[in-house]
Design a protein. Structure first.
Lengths: 309, 242, 256
């Protein structure tokens, strides 16, 4: 998060990356407006701050909210990682990475540990995040109460008065229908003991990672024009019932590629005969582990060669 | 006629110079006088029967005594324990209170409550009148049996009953609780001789227990059998002419 | 005894029209008050004013809270008022879709108030919901159906269960039986009558149907053009109406 020189920011035309774009696409006034919304969001953890979302050169649903947040916080020295469902190589992730390479000329990476800003759709990386890192979520529908209470005036009041019984009605419905809380993603959380928040459509598997996280977590909803945040080291509690406590999903097998356990797995269909395997959804995590394994194997092999020589 | 009780403690129900008239706003505000100067007292153990031609105001007097009609003038004093309440000026809540504790009313027709069985209707009236649930249950069964209501009907809502059957449920409902004042408006009109005789017995029992009864009985035999005194309501028309 | 609810001088003007003109009355615990009148008489507005859903131009509504203190509802904070509305008060609407969550199961509809007051035990919430569904004669196997699959009468019964689950002391009812078939009405009325007596509820029921007023209420308030025309014991007002308007109202219905 290294904001550009204010002098440069005031200039009507800022040269960056040689493409004729202002740094990170958005004009400085817009970025300031978004930063103000972000600061307010950090000050009131879990509270949805309205902001004047701009049209972006990509369709809604492609992460326009997250992109605007990222654009507002990026500095020239930042290293950006973009993931979509845990993968660095999907169209969405690649486009956003290219977008910022073109408009901000910043460095990008697929390595979680190397990134200063990580924009994500639907996952939190498996590798633990560190202080100084920022996780930017793309959010389609920020209002956790929306599906039960369509009136915006009413949901705002419910948040204002911390009347969250309705949120439990949703969980009740789940148990009534499925025998357990079947909500597996966008699982509602209570932030810092106050606001109930939709963690965006991340799997509930990732909910525990939000709790007491050293990194700053920012959420941007472009179409709905809302920004909210979880400051570092904030208590994030998943809602539940006494007799149906919150539980993350467990996978009964390790990753077919790297053998990782206790990670979120994607099902990959292999052929028309119904062959399938389960692999890490976090591609970087998987590759890093595979790399370590290969390195170890190589070292082992080298050792053998040396001994023979 | 039955002899009046020898002792004569304080009356339970007193009409003092009571008048009743109806102002018919829908007929240009015509005033229809019904009763004027009605003065009458009913003591414990008495059964005062109102006499007089049809339309003389017998029913109106009874309804005023229950707080169902308002009084145009005068007072209707009801003894409620140690105190006396004037129905003409009492607040609605006070009248409702008296109906729970002091005033019982048996009308000509049962106002049917949907879906509630005959015995339950009677029982509920007993509980409302202060009986313990078990006592209400026993007494309801006893009354319905005495009034010859076939047992197969007890569990059924009275809506489908014949007029006579409904009326017997109505009587049982009116008599189940022990309220000091009993108002009866033609309770035997739709009953056969056998059941009329039962009602006469029931009234005698109420009197023996000290209930003050004010009633209208069209049937001459029943009237003779139950009345300790007959008051001709036409006498209360004198003031109307004036 | 101090009344449960005291309404004084409630006034509401819509433009030049007086919807409610200085309405006042008190309601005791366990007392059922019917507000009758034709459409546009102001009776539904009166209910909205009492519930605080519409702001009054003048007048006050005071309520004896569960702690015994009588409070002017205007002095309650929004939080207190909303808490009162979902615990000690109920509101049964004419249009069930306004009083129910149509996308939520019957059990969820009944359980919402419990969760609203902090109950976080699924098994207990569900058991209470089942108990209340039985009391309003909705079969246990319908607990997971949404009210969209319920008949009009069932929806109203579900509304009643949803409101009564927190044992309120005051329930407002706005034409709860209108628009239902006669036989369905009778069943609903009888159920309301039974529950009101059993639970000792204080009720203000707004209805244009004098038979409903007679069956359920102790006292009645006759309204016309925003004013109270006549008030008193229900059977007295209906059998011996004094005001010209009440006489007209009573004479224009069959055997109320």
């Amino acid at each position: 998060m290294n904001p550009p020189n204010p002098a440069v920011a005031r200039a009507t035309v800022t040269v960056s990356a040689g493409a004729g774009y202002n740094f990170a696409y958005l004009d400085e006034g817009t970025k300031r407006m978004i930063r103000r919304a972000i600061l307010k969001a950090i000050a009131i953890p879990g509270y949805q701050v309205p902001f004047a979302a701009r049209e972006m050169p990509m369709p809604y649903g492609w992460g326009t909210g997250g992109v605007q947040v990222t654009a507002a916080i990026l500095g020239a020295a930042d290293v950006l990682k973009v993931i979509d469902q845990g993968a660095d190589d999907t169209t969405n992730a690649v486009s956003i990475r290219r977008f910022f390479t073109a408009t901000a000329g910043i460095a990008t990476t697929t390595r979680t540990a190397e990134a200063t800003v990580i924009q994500t759709r639907h996952r939190i990386p498996e590798a633990p995040l560190a202080e100084g890192q920022v996780l930017v979520y793309q959010v389609p529908i920020p209002e956790p109460l929306r599906f039960l209470e369509p009136r915006e005036t009413e949901t705002r009041q419910l948040h204002a008065l911390a009347e969250y019984g309705l949120m439990h009605v949703k969980l009740y419905e789940d148990i009534a229908r499925h025998g357990h809380i079947a909500t597996t993603y966008a699982y509602p959380v209570e932030v810092a003991g106050r606001y109930v928040m939709d963690p965006s459509p991340t799997p509930k598997f990732d909910n525990p990672k939000m709790d007491d996280c050293p990194a700053l977590q920012l959420f941007g909803a472009g179409r709905e024009k809302r920004i909210y945040a979880i400051p570092p080291y904030t208590r994030v509690r998943s809602l539940d019932f006494e007799d149906h406590p919150f539980r993350v999903q467990r996978f009964d097998r390790p990753c077919a590629l790297c053998g990782a356990e206790d990670v979120y797995l994607d099902e990959v269909v292999l052929d028309d005969a119904g062959g399938r395997m389960f692999v890490c959804s976090d591609t970087d995590h998987c590759e890093t582990r595979l790399g370590e394994t290969r390195l170890a194997e190589t070292r082992l092999a080298d050792g053998h060669t040396g001994e023979a020589a | 006629m039955t002899p009046a009780p020898s002792s004569s403690p304080l009356p339970l129900l007193v009409f003092e110079d009571v008048a009743k008239s109806f102002t018919l706003h829908l007929r240009g505000g015509a005033v229809l006088p019904v009763i004027a100067g009605a003065t009458l007292a009913v003591h414990p153990g008495e059964c005062v029967v109102l006499g007089g031609a049809s339309g003389a105001g017998k029913s109106s007097l009874l309804k005023m005594a229950y707080g169902n009609y308002r009084c145009a003038a005068g007072a209707i004093r009801v003894r409620d324990g140690d105190r006396s309440v004037d129905l003409a000026t009492a607040a609605p809540r006070e009248i409702l209170g008296l109906r729970r504790t002091t005033l019982a009313y048996v009308s000509q027709f049962l106002r049917v409550i949907p879906r509630v069985g005959a015995r339950a209707v009677v029982e509920a009236a007993g509980i409302e009148g202060g009986l313990a649930p078990a006592a209400a249950r026993t007494r309801a069964a006893d009354l319905l049996a005495r009034l010859n209501l076939p047992k197969r009907l007890w569990a059924l809502p009275p809506a489908t009953f014949s007029g006579g059957e409904q009326q017997r449920v109505n009587i049982a409902r009116g008599l189940i609780a022990d309220r000091p004042i009993l108002l009866m408006d033609e309770p035997t009109a739709s009953l056969d001789a056998q059941n009329r005789a039962v009602v006469v017995d029931l009234i005698a029992e109420k009197r023996a227990a000290g209930t003050a009864i004010l009633g209208i009985f069209h049937d001459a035999d029943v009237r003779q059998a139950v009345a300790t005194r007959i008051v001709d309501v036409s006498a209360f028309h004198g003031a109307l002419a004036a | 005894m101090e009344p449960l609810l005291s309404v004084a001088g409630l006034t509401k003007r819509y433009g030049g029209r007086l919807a409610c003109d200085g309405i006042g009355f008190t309601l005791d615990p366990g007392e059922v008050l019917a507000v009758v009148g034709e459409s546009g008489s102001g009776k539904s507005t009166l209910l909205s004013l009492i519930a605080g859903e519409v702001a009054a131009d003048a007048g006050s509504v005071a309520y004896r809270m569960r702690d015994g203190a009588t409070r002017d509802l205007d002095t309650l904070s929004l939080v207190e008022r909303r808490a009162l509305m979902r615990t000690d008060w109920g509101f049964v609407r004419q249009d069930a879709t306004q009083g129910l969550r149509m996308a939520v199961s019957a059990g969820g509809n009944v359980g919402e108030r419990l969760m609203g007051v902090g109950d976080r035990h699924y098994g207990r919430i569900r058991a209470t919901a089942l108990d209340w569904l039985a009391r309003v004669e909705i079969a246990a196997d319908r607990i997971d159906d949404p009210p969209t699959r319920f008949s009009g009468g069932m929806r109203q019964r579900l509304q009643i269960a949803r409101n009564l689950v927190t044992a309120p002391r005051l329930v407002l009812m706005d034409e709860p039986t209108s628009g239902l078939d006669v036989s369905v009405q009778a069943r609903l009325l009888d159920m309301i009558r039974g529950l009101v007596a059993e639970l000792g509820l204080a009720v203000i029921i707004v209805t244009h149907d004098l038979a409903v007023a007679r069956l359920l209420s102790h006292r009645v308030l006759v309204m016309r053009a925003g004013r109270v025309i006549e008030t008193g014991l229900t059977d007295q007002v209906l059998d011996d109406p004094q005001a010209a308007y009440t006489q007209l109202l009573v004479s224009s219905v069959l055997a109320a």
